[in-house]
Every structure is written in C-alpha cells, then in structure tokens.
Design a protein around this ligand. Structure first.
Ligand code: ASP
Length: 332
C-alpha cells in the first residue's frame, strides 16, 4: 500500500524565485506539485504551506509553531517532509529534535542550494531523498541533503555553495543513497525511549559567544544586565578559557553563583570538547561550567533554549546536559 507523506513548505532557496531584491521564497507547494509528484514515486502526497521565508527570517516562535503543526498532523501520515532554507536549517532540525520528543514517524527536513525552477538544481534530488526517508518507518527528526540522511540534531551547514552543504558532525550518517539504493545505518536510527510528547516550551534569553584572545569578561555582565539567563561559549580547542590577566573564568564562577548557566564547547567543528584535559578547561568546570562535549553549536544553543524552557533549577539544567535526549551528544 502506498505511504502517505505530508510536505510542509517553509520557504528557502528550494522554493525561491528571482525578484527585484534578489532570490526570494515565492513558490508554493501548489506551484511545485508537478516536480513533487515526479520525485514522490508511489507516495501519496499532501501539502501544507507554513511560510514563505528565507530561513534567515525563521525565529524560535516558528520552531514552536512548526513542532505544533507536526504534532497535530503526525497521526495521519507515515512521514513528514519539511522544505526549509539551508542557512538555519540545522537550528530548526536540532530544535525540532528536542521539541518532538519520541516522535513516532520520520520527520525529514530538506532544502537545496538552487531553486527547484532551475534545471540544474539539487532540489529534486534532495526532495527525492527526503520523501524516500519519510516512507522508511524510521522514527526521528532527520536532515536529507545530497544523497545522505543525517540526525537532525547532528547536521550542520558546512559549505555555503556546494551541493554537499551539510555534514553530520561527530556522528555517522543515518542513511546514504548510492547505486545500490538507500542504505539505512540501523545503528544510527534513534531508539524510541517513551511515548511521543510535544514539548514546545523554550526560553530564548540565551547568548552565543565565540571566545577570541582579548575578549573582555565585561561582555558577560552586559548580557546578564539585559536579562540573558544562559550562555553557550565556543571556547578554544578542547574548551579552554583564559584566567591569567583577564580572568574570564572568575566571571563565570561569580555569575554561576548568581544562577546563570554556562555551557562550554569548542570552536573546532570536529571532535568536540573535553574540559578536564587542560587547566584552562578544568578551572572552568570547577567554576560551574557545563560541558557541551561533541554537540554542534546549533544543537548546543537550541538545547540550551529548550532546557531553560523546561526548568529553572540549576541542578536539573545540569542533569539535562549529562543526557543525550535524541542522539545530540556523546556523553563520555
Ligand atoms: N538563504 C537561503 C535560506 O536559508 C539559502 C538556502 O535556502 O539555501 O533560506
């Protein structure tokens, strides 16, 4: 029996047309129907418009709305495909991974580097892969791009122009398409840990800071004075931060004592952080910093927003970061 797949269109390059001010999302699923049917094979398609936005214009409230829409529709479909701009796609796929706890069907996010109206675009191939994955029966939130399927909470945009725009960071792909068809890496398919729950609360008062030599610790206070409650710090190498002359770590200590949360990772894209190795990291741990380990920065910041939406208790916040909720982190 043919599978039912819902396509939700949020916009992005895949659905773009050239306008006076540059490429703008303007194609509806209605106007893409011919192409969608070409790549859908046997699948029965239903389409829904969510927005017509370049993904630079997607905000946390859109993530919650999208999660609500998916939660409402999930009972009627075998799988859901979300068309999304590539620029912030990995933030959306990460946040949906947290908001759609124990989702029981595949939710596959895709986009493209060229509009579907362009004859040499990657759009059809990416949609084909996403629709195929949506029929796989593998539950979870995924990203399909350039013939590979990644966990939504591990994908990151790593190239701004190439068709191979996304990589799965510190984690194997969930599936790949080659001349032998789609091969699913069963080990990477998330195991259901309980019943589905929409958990769409979040707190967006989170700052992301990329540390650089000479960064003033006062920056942290400025954010706190403006009501920010948590930081994701992209520190050096394995997670090092200064304490000699500019005592950045000292500031983390006093602000943690006042109830702020500091999640610390690395600015290296691959292999993650491990703060206990150097004194510059170990002191930060002693000051109260929480480790991000091998999370992508997209997963780190969205997990931080999501966790703060679930609890304000510092001990519970810490506990959440010691757990992998949907495969986003390898906790040693
Ligand atoms: N600016 C576009 C977006 O993120 C880029 C793309 O879709 O590839 O919406």
């Amino acid at each position: 029996m043919s599978k039912k797949v819902l396509i939700i269109n949020t916009g992005g390059t895949l659905a773009s047309v050239a306008k006076e001010h540059g490429l703008t999302p303007g194609l509806t699923t209605e106007s893409m129907l011919k192409e969608l049917h070409i790549v859908a094979g046997e699948a029965q398609l239903t389409t829904q418009e969510f927005s017509a936005l370049d993904s630079a214009n997607i905000f946390p409230e859109d993530w919650a709305r999208l999660a609500q829409m998916i939660s409402r529709e999930r009972g009627c479909f075998d799988g859901i495909v979300v068309i999304h701009g590539t620029d912030t796609l990995a933030y959306t796929s990460s946040m949906l991974s947290f908001m759609l706890q124990n989702i029981d069907i595949p939710v596959v996010i895709t986009g493209s580097q060229l509009s579907i109206s362009n004859p040499v675009a990657d759009a059809m191939e990416n949609l084909r892969c996403a629709i195929f994955m949506a029929q796989s029966g593998c539950p979870g939130v995924f990203v399909a791009f350039n013939r590979k399927v990644m966990l939504g909470c591990r994908a990151s945009k790593v190239r701004s122009l190439s068709f191979d725009a996304f990589d799965s960071i510190n984690c194997e792909n969930v599936a790949e398409i080659s001349s032998i068809g789609m091969k699913i890496n069963e080990r990477m398919v998330p195991k259901k840990k309980g019943v589905f729950r929409l958990q769409d609360r979040y707190c967006a008062n989170v700052a992301v800071l990329k540390l650089f030599p000479g960064m003033h610790r006062e920056v942290l206070k400025m954010y706190a004075e403006r009501g920010y409650r948590a930081f994701y710090i992209e520190a050096f190498g394995l997670g090092g931060m200064p304490f000699v002359r500019h005592d950045f770590i000292g500031e983390i200590r006093s602000m943690t004592e006042q109830g702020m949360t500091f999640l610390v990772g690395t600015q290296c894209r691959f292999e993650g952080s491990s703060l206990e190795v150097y004194e510059t990291g170990r002191r930060a741990l002693e000051a109260g910093a929480i480790q991000a380990y091998d999370m992508t920065s997209e997963a780190a910041v969205t997990k931080l927003m999501w966790v703060l939406g679930q609890t304000e208790d510092p001990a519970q916040i810490r506990e959440y970061f010691g757990l992998s909720l949907c495969g986003e982190v390898t906790v040693p």
